[in-house]
Design a protein around this ligand. Structure first.
Ligand code: AMP
Length: 402
């Protein structure tokens, strides 16, 4: 194979298709953007070349293949594009939600492997079909170019059974694959490597608690650079309180709701879309900025939502710190972890007992990558901005050059 220079990263979701084109040498982002509201009359495309201002325009994108064609046109456009022809794309990396037990690492999508991915649709009925559709569309538009699937679950495959198994009879794991898989793996992987570099340590000698805090949130216990435990489970509903998801519950709550007459779909909708900060805060928004503002304005429900959010995170940080035998650093990333000083302060102000010497001024003023703890702090607290697209490009490069 000729040298790999340009890698296209595709994140194909239920109604959107995000893309980033990298020049892998120097990890330079040549262009990125998205097509959103695919399949609706109000489809829209956002495109940005390098660091230039982004442009936005309405488009006709009845399906993901049409959206991908628009992306290709934009990338090769004589005026605003970055490629002379599509032949300059050497490999394509795809974000795929679930690899279950079948895929421990990023994997080349041969026809056989793609068939195996298709068997995993029941693990992600909303996300997997568009993920697979993105791969199939690329196979048609870029014949002969390798497609690599990078799974959100893969980095968590190192969890020991004592963390990954649920305490129910094993037949349910064997028959239905019911166990903890974990998500946001690409982000936890990226920030683990970046945090080790920031701390001047080798990843395999680094213990961390990585906190990916966004609309969806998860924490991971990182022992010697590998995942030892994580908060999300069979699905991304488990763990901490999120924008619209409940996180952990007594499983009997679900039984009680069934007995009260709710269907599986209704409970699914309640716990995934109407709970979390949205459900508790009572201000019609699960966005952290709105919750913080309302709490600061004296809204008691919003203040409670924020307290519950922080309570669960502190609880998991303490637990994971113990599980990995002491961490070098607590790492914050994701939309909230990187940007919301107020939300971070709620967590960081309670980590003194672990040896984190919280620097309030740094938290209020600095942007990542940076320390949030004072020099000499026994345990560091840091912000490391995540970059899942870049991690997908790196993994794709590794697979196709292996
Ligand atoms: P994500 O899902 O990672 O995109 O994160 C979305 C969350 O990050 C939302 O709750 C936002 O309120 C929060 N967020 C994003 N930007 C900021 C900001 N500048 N300040 C505070 N919160 C932010």
């Amino acid at each position: 194979m000729s040298a790999i220079e340009n890698i296209l990263v595709v994140n194909s979701g239920s109604s959107s298709l995000k893309f980033t084109l990298y020049r892998i040498d120097g990890e330079r982002r040549l262009a990125n953007g998205l097509v959103e509201r695919i399949g609706s009359a109000s489809a829209n495309m956002v495109y940005r070349r390098g660091d230039e201002p982004k442009s936005e325009r309405p488009v006709s994108a009845p399906d993901h293949a049409a959206a991908l064609r628009l992306v290709c046109e934009a990338l090769t456009d004589g005026r605003t594009g970055v490629l002379k022809s599509l032949d300059e794309v050497d490999a394509i990396g795809h974000r795929v939600l679930h690899g279950a037990d079948l895929f421990r690492d990023a994997t080349l999508m041969t026809p056989e492997n793609l068939e195996r991915v298709k068997t995993l649709v029941p693990f992600g009925p909303l996300h997997m079909p568009p993920n697979i559709g993105g791969i199939e569309a690329c196979q048609k538009i870029f014949p002969g170019i390798p497609n690599v699937a990078v799974f959100d679950t893969a980095f968590h495959q190192t969890m020991p059974d004592c963390a990954a198994r649920y305490a129910i009879p094993d037949e349910f794991r064997a028959k239905y694959g019911i166990r903890k898989y974990g998500f946001h793996g690409t982000s936890h992987h990226f920030v683990t490597l970046a945090a080790a570099e920031f701390l001047g340590k080798k990843p395999e000698e680094t213990n961390l608690v990585t906190c990916h805090l966004g609309n969806g949130s998860s924490l991971a216990a990182i022992k010697n650079g590998k995942v030892f435990d994580t908060t999300m489970g069979l699905t991304p509903l488990a763990g901490v309180v999120m924008g619209t998801r409940s996180g952990d519950l007594d499983p009997a709550v679900v039984l009680e709701l069934v007995r009260k007459g709710m269907s599986a779909d209704e409970i699914d909708n309640l716990l995934n879309k109407k709970s979390g900060l949205l459900g508790v805060g009572g201000i019609g928004s699960g966005d952290m900025r709105d919750i913080v503002n309302a709490a600061q304005d004296g809204n008691a429900s919003a203040a409670l939502a924020l307290d519950m959010w922080a309570h669960r995170i502190v609880q998991y940080i303490g637990g994971y710190f113990t599980l990995v035998g002491g961490a070098d650093a607590i790492v914050f990333t994701g939309g909230i972890g990187e940007n919301s000083a107020a939300a971070r302060a709620k967590v960081l102000s309670r980590l003194g007992c672990l040896g984190v010497d919280f620097d309030e001024e740094a938290n209020a003023t600095r942007r990542g990558p940076c320390y949030l703890s004072r020099p000499g702090s026994k345990v560091a607290a840091i912000i490391v901005p995540t970059d899942e697209e870049l991690m997908i490009a790196r993994e794709t490069y590794q697979v196709v050059t292996k």
